[in-house]
Design a protein around this ligand. Structure first.
Ligand SMILES: [Zn+2]
Length: 466
């Protein structure tokens, strides 16, 4: 009789299942519980309700938390987890820790402001919970095997998505489990590309763009240059809703390059986002995480995030002044480029710029990132002719441009390459973090390309890894 104890590993899917937001997984290895990512739900009202509901597990029972990267839909509920009794350590890379600090304080501040405006609005956590969360952070180096318990090791490897982003390569007894987090798109301007992994038994993979191929970067770059040059010629403004992390730094990096090369009309570029300013400072700290091209710029003594026409705006009053300048009352003036948040136009300073520029046919609005269903950004991209901002009807006459090549998310080709490069292919793939139809399509593609089992888990389902 075989008395050897059978090991038990299970994964519960607790977010970003058949949707793109609120990433969270609970891995259980014989009673040792690890949460992978603990993200905020964003965009959809119905889903956002989950932000204030109790967790589907007891935070006090969790031994450790592993964070792939500092996007809010992956880290935004960590302070809530701590508030609700999580006592373990939070493992993450150093740049991720720095960015998490910025985004978590910002989220706590927004909740406080929302609650002051609207008594119905709930405060999920406050700055004190952020302080307590930061005290639990333990930073880890890329590519160093870290021991969680006997027979359970984790390695953080480059995911090539945003600064500090990692995927998690777990070795539990004889099983290799890989949580992809979000994977990057080849050809991103600043950070190192994805590392490949050789040997995987179970793969949990994102599928944000699992059904499409991004436009080539060079094509998107040319489109950006043409849009800016043409709009300046027409004396319009260029409004770019942008995520404060990575996308904004990529745009700064590219604007500098294009203006320097003489391909783009020198135009004042305003980064109207205090958070983007802080994150850009974090980028300046981690030159070792740059790709070779970006590193070369620094080695030559230049700063990839500085050029003459670039201006960071911190102050809200100054933001309002700039938003109202050169526009309205038929006054045509000097064109400006504004990069501001939020990236999907769900709030933030971008709304004032949109309100003033969407009705102007001479202005352009450029979308360079993912626009989730249910967001204002998605409505504009989908071609709505009238939208509502702060409860007011706004007509859309501006030139609307979508640049796929700037995505920080891998497309279908990047995701399939990630699997192709595994010497030993997984025996089972769990497809997560995508709109339902896209995840299902990508699971089919994985099955037909590699002949391996691929499923799309439901929210709160559990899988036992045999
Ligand atoms: Zn992400």
């Amino acid at each position: 009789m075989n008395l050897e104890k059978k090991i038990m590993i299970s994964i519960r899917f607790l977010g970003a299942d058949r949707e793109v937001t609120g990433s969270c997984y609970l891995l259980d290895y014989d009673g040792f519980k690890v949460v992978v990512d603990c993200g905020l739900y964003q965009g959809d009202d119905e889903l956002e309700k989950r932000n204030s509901q109790d967790f589907l597990f007891d935070p006090q029972d969790v031994n450790a938390l592993l964070l792939t990267h500092a996007h809010l839909d992956h880290c935004g509920l960590i302070p809530k987890l701590v508030k609700h009794g999580f006592r373990g350590k939070i493992f993450l890379t150093q740049p991720t820790r720095d960015i998490f600090e910025i985004t978590a304080y910002d989220t706590a501040k927004i909740q406080k402001e929302d609650a002051m405006r609207d008594p119905q609005s709930q405060i999920i956590y406050n700055a004190g919970d952020v302080v307590n969360s930061l005290a639990k952070c333990v930073t880890v180096k890329f590519n160093e095997k870290m021991k969680m318990t006997d027979n359970f090791f984790v390695t953080f490897k480059h995911a090539g998505h945003i600064l500090g982003s990692a995927y998690l390569y777990m070795e539990i007894e004889d099983k290799k489990i890989l949580f992809s987090g979000d994977l990057g798109h080849k050809g991103q301007s600043i950070i190192k590309p994805v590392d490949y992994s050789e040997d995987v038994d179970y793969l949990i993979i994102e599928s944000t763009y699992g059904n499409r191929v991004h436009k080539p970067k060079a094509e998107s770059e040319q489109e950006l240059i043409d849009t800016v040059n043409d709009t300046v010629k027409n004396q319009g403004n260029i409004i770019i809703p942008s995520f404060a992390i990575e996308r904004t730094q990529e745009l700064i990096y590219n604007f500098k390059d294009f203006i320097k090369e003489g391909r783009m009309t020198p135009v004042n570029v305003y980064i109207d986002s205090p958070m983007a300013g802080k994150v850009t400072q974090v980028f300046s700290k981690y030159v070792n995480e740059y790709n070779n091209e970006a590193k070369d710029i620094v080695l030559k003594g230049d700063n990839p995030f500085y050029f003459e026409q670039l201006k960071f705006i911190q102050d809200a009053k100054r933001s309002k002044r700039i938003a109202s300048r050169n526009i309205g009352k038929n006054k045509k003036g000097e064109s400006i480029v504004v990069i501001a948040g939020s990236g999907m136009c769900t709030g933030g300073r971008i709304l004032t710029y949109l309100m003033r520029n969407l009705p102007l046919s001479r202005s352009s609005v450029i979308f360079a990132g993912y626009q989730a269903e249910g967001t204002l950004g998605r409505e504009i991209v989908d071609g709505e002719k009238e939208v509502y901002i702060y409860g007011k009807k706004v007509s859309v006459r501006a030139n609307i441009v979508t640049l796929g090549g700037f995505s920080a998310h891998g497309d279908k080709v990047d995701l399939l390459d990630f699997i192709s490069n595994m010497q030993k292919k997984p025996k089972k793939v769990f497809v997560c973090h995508g709109d339902e139809q896209i995840s299902l399509e990508f699971a089919d593609t994985v099955k037909s390309t590699f002949g391996i089992e691929a499923i799309v888990p439901y929210y709160n389902s559990q899988e036992v890894l045999e």
